[in-house]
Every structure is written in structure tokens, then in C-alpha cells.
Design a protein around this ligand. Structure first.
Ligand code: GLN
Length: 231
């Protein structure tokens, strides 16, 4: 019942740097679309949460091993992941793009031959890179968070990185120092995830809360707060 649920604190793991979905603001408070959404849903549904910004792959691992109750981190709903996780209704849509230095000479994926491409461990961007690396002849280098991945491109070690389009688009707008070099490849919408078959009540509350926020305009406000665009 909901009365019982309100006494439990759910541990929710997330990424460290994934703006506009998750990031630390100047006061070192974790904010962003995902953070505002989960907090608003918890408030609406009357449950408590403890948010742990542990990094994307760590968050995914801790949920699948039962050390955290849920993960919200711009996590794409994929068929492969559905074997291990139950996903909420989708709350955002994003594809994968390549980020490169603004003044480089990158024109197409063919230019990656013999070069390095940076990815973040455990992401669909990493899966995508691995699926085309032989075809284009590049080497994949992995990082635990997006900041270190971007830096590897900015310092010229990697020719580019694969990142979610919504995140890179936000980065371009906010002075990250990379540009988008490819068309977006679809990977599936973002969803909140729990370990498959576990935390059914939490998942139910998430979906109910999300539906309420969509209906009462709070969802739109959150999206606009971080993207400047209407949902
Ligand atoms: N959407 C991507 C994925 O699910 C990346 C998520 C992330 O880096 N936080 O793998």
C-alpha cells in the first residue's frame, strides 16, 4: 500500500555529469530533468528517495545487483536491457551523435580510419561505437563519465566521441567546446529502470506520478527549465 511505501526510502542511482538530465549545480546540488522529475514524482506519490550520483555504469550495475532500487540517468530503453530491467513509460527521446572539435576536419565516419573514438562505459553510445568500429577501422577508448570522454576529444587524443544527441546539443549551447558531426541514430527513449521483477510498487508510483506531472503541466515546466524549449 502507499502508506507502507511512504516509510521506505528508495535508493536511486544516477550518472555524475549528463546535463541537462543530471549534473551538479554551483551549490553542488544534483539537478536536471531527471533529478527534478524523480523528486517531483516522489513528492506527488508520497515516497522518499536517496539519490546517489555514482556514474552511469555503476548505477546500472548497482540496480542489477540489488544495491540500489532504481536508476534514472538518461537511460535508454533497449530490448537488450529489458532482459535485466523493467522500464517505466518513456519520459524523453534522444538519439546518438558524434561530437568532434569545432575546427577539425571531420566530414564523415570514413575519416575515423586508424583513429580513436571515445565512449562512456556501458552506454548505448559505446555499443554503437563497437558495432561499427570494424567497418570504419577505428579504435574505441572508454571513460567512466562524459566529462573525461569530452576531454579526450578536446585534447586531440580521440577524433570524436559518441554521445546522446540531447546531451551534446545542450553542451553545444552551453559552451562545452564540441560540435555535432553526424546525424542522430535512434536508440530508444529514456526510462526509469528497476531490476527486472523487483520494486513493482516503486515502478507503479513512478508511472502514476509521471502521468500526473504530464497532466498538471509540471513535466512541461521541468523540460522548459532545462532546455528552454516547450516539451
Ligand atoms: N542513453 C545512453 C544509455 O542509455 C547514455 C546514458 C548516460 O550516459 N547516462 O546508454
Amino acid at each position: 500500500s502507499t502508506a507502507q511505501a511512504s516509510e521506505k526510502t528508495y535508493v536511486i542511482d544516477t550518472d555524475v555529469t549528463f546535463p541537462p538530465f543530471v549534473y551538479a549545480n554551483e551549490d553542488n546540488k544534483y539537478v536536471g530533468i531527471d533529478m527534478d522529475l524523480i523528486r517531483a514524482i516522489a513528492k506527488e506519490e508520497g515516497f522518499k528517495i536517496k539519490i546517489r550520483p555514482v556514474g552511469f555504469n555503476a548505477a546500472v550495475q548497482s540496480v542489477s545487483s540489488g544495491q540500489a532500487d532504481g536508476v534514472i540517468a538518461g537511460m535508454s530503453i533497449t530490448d537488450e536491457r529489458k532482459a535485466k530491467f523493467d522500464f517505466s513509460d518513456p519520459y524523453y527521446s534522444s538519439g546518438i551523435v558524434m561530437g568532434v572539435k569545432p575546427n577539425g576536419d571531420f566530414k564523415s565516419l570514413k575519416d575515423l580510419k586508424g583513429k580513436k573514438v571515445a565512449v562512456k562505459t556501458g552506454t548505448s553510445g559505446a555499443d554503437y561505437a563497437n558495432s561499427i568500429k570494424d567497418k570504419y577501422g577505428f579504435k574505441v577508448v572508454t571513460f567512466d563519465d562524459s566529462d573525461n570522454m569530452y576531454n579526450d576529444v578536446k585534447n586531440g587524443n580521440s577524433a570524436g566521441c559518441f554521445e546522446d544527441s540531447a546531451v551534446l546539443a545542450y553542451g553545444v549551447k552551453t559552451g562545452l567546446g564540441l560540435k555535432i558531426a553526424t546525424k542522430s541514430t535512434n536508440i530508444g527513449d529514456y526510462g526509469f529502470a528497476v531490476k527486472k521483477g523487483h520494486n513493482k510498487e516503486l515502478m507503479k508510483m513512478f508511472n502514476e506520478g509521471l502521468a500526473k506531472l504530464k497532466k498538471n503541466g509540471e513535466y512541461d515546466k521541468i523540460i522548459e527549465r532545462y532546455t528552454g524549449e516547450k516539451a
